[in-house]
Design a protein around this ligand. Structure first.
Ligand SMILES: Nc1ncnc2c1ncn2[C@@H]1O[C@H](COP(=O)(O)OP(=O)(O)OP(=O)(O)O)[C@@H](O)[C@H]1O
Length: 298
């Protein structure tokens, strides 16, 4: 697991302060989400991590080491980067796209092929895709290939900029689910930029909520939803709040308020939203959710 520490980091473009004195430590979090309105500094924050942009002041540490001390090209090769629509090279086949970085870093052919087939399974595409060109793939398939390309060199840090933003909601949800399963298996750290609040709640252990370059609140989805530190944070989640709350709370959280039988029947890791979708124990789930909210302490 990679720890990321921003210490008073600022970045301006001319007079425009894109990121302003941003500080956070994400050391026990595997999935960190930069969330915020348009222009709030999410992409800038992400690109500061892989040094596509350099910060004006402050320090960024990855695993305790200042990124300023590392050669930017080497630094970037150790970090996977996934952008909207996959960002695939249009004139290369799927296989060539995925194997670009292994070739650059001199990974031996046998290892890279083994990983290629392992990842193909994880992204749920079969071998017939290897010779296809990106234009022959759907948006969701392109994004799956983008995920494989970012993971093949065994980077333990993956940066994702609106990775599901160009997909329809159903495809986005299916690629996100598969991505989360892969992350759970391979255990890399992911930093994900999104403006989609539901996606942020599903994908995060830790949220950095930004507005106009400034940090508004950092913490788990539950902390931001049930313990907002200011009006901006409160209002940010107001539309669709009920659904968001049901997504943020897992059945495990309701342990003190609901019978063990229901928990073992439905599965403790499920969100209350997923439990509700099963159509079982609705009354008990809603009552226990209200009790959880009333007793919520950070
Ligand atoms: N290369 C650049 N040159 C000049 N200004 C920039 C540059 N990149 C970003 N900005 C400005 O910095 C601010 C933050 O931009 P950024 O792209 O980080 O926001 P964002 O939260 O990712 O927005 P969105 O969700 O719309 O992509 C914006 O005001 C933007 O116009």
């Amino acid at each position: 697991m990679v720890s990321i520490h921003f210490d008073n980091v600022s970045k301006s473009f001319g007079n425009n302060q894109a990121v302003s004195k941003l500080s956070f430590i994400a050391d026990k979090s595997q999935k960190i989400v930069f969330l915020g309105t348009s222009g709030s500094g999410k992409t800038t924050g992400l690109r500061l991590i892989n040094r596509l942009i350099s910060h004006d002041s402050g320090h960024i540490y990855i695993n305790g080491e200042s990124i300023e001390n590392v050669d930017p090209v080497k630094h970037r090769r150790n970090i996977g980067y996934i952008i909207q629509k996959g960002g695939l090279f249009p004139h290369k086949t799927v296989e060539e796209n995925i194997l670009t970085v292994p070739r650059l870093i001199g990974m031996d052919k046998k290892t890279s092929k083994e990983r290629l087939y392992q990842l193909l399974k994880l992204i749920k595409l079969d071998e017939s895709y290897l010779n296809k060109m990106p234009a022959e793939l759907s948006g969701g398939e392109q994004q799956r290939v983008g995920i494989a390309r970012a993971l093949i060199s065994q980077a333990n840090l993956i940066l994702m900029d609106e990775p599901f933003g160009a997909l329809d909601p159903i495809t986005a949800d299916s690629v996100l689910r598969d991505f989360l399963a892969i992350q759970n298996e391979l255990k890399f750290t992911a930093v994900i930029v999104t403006h989609n609040v539901m996606e942020a709640i599903k994908a995060s252990d830790f949220i950095i909520l930004l507005h106009m370059g400034k940090l508004q609140q950092k913490g788990s989805a539950k902390e931001l939803l049930f313990n907002p530190v200011n009006n901006f944070v409160r209002r940010f989640f107001d539309s669709n709040r009920f659904e968001l709350e049901l997504e943020a709370i897992s059945l495990e959280d309701l342990t003190p308020y609901i019978s063990k039988d229901i928990i073992s029947e439905l599965g403790s890791k499920l969100s209350i939203r997923e439990c509700m979708n099963k159509g079982l124990h609705r009354e008990q789930l809603l009552k226990a959710t209200e009790e959880f909210k009333a007793n919520y302490i950070n």
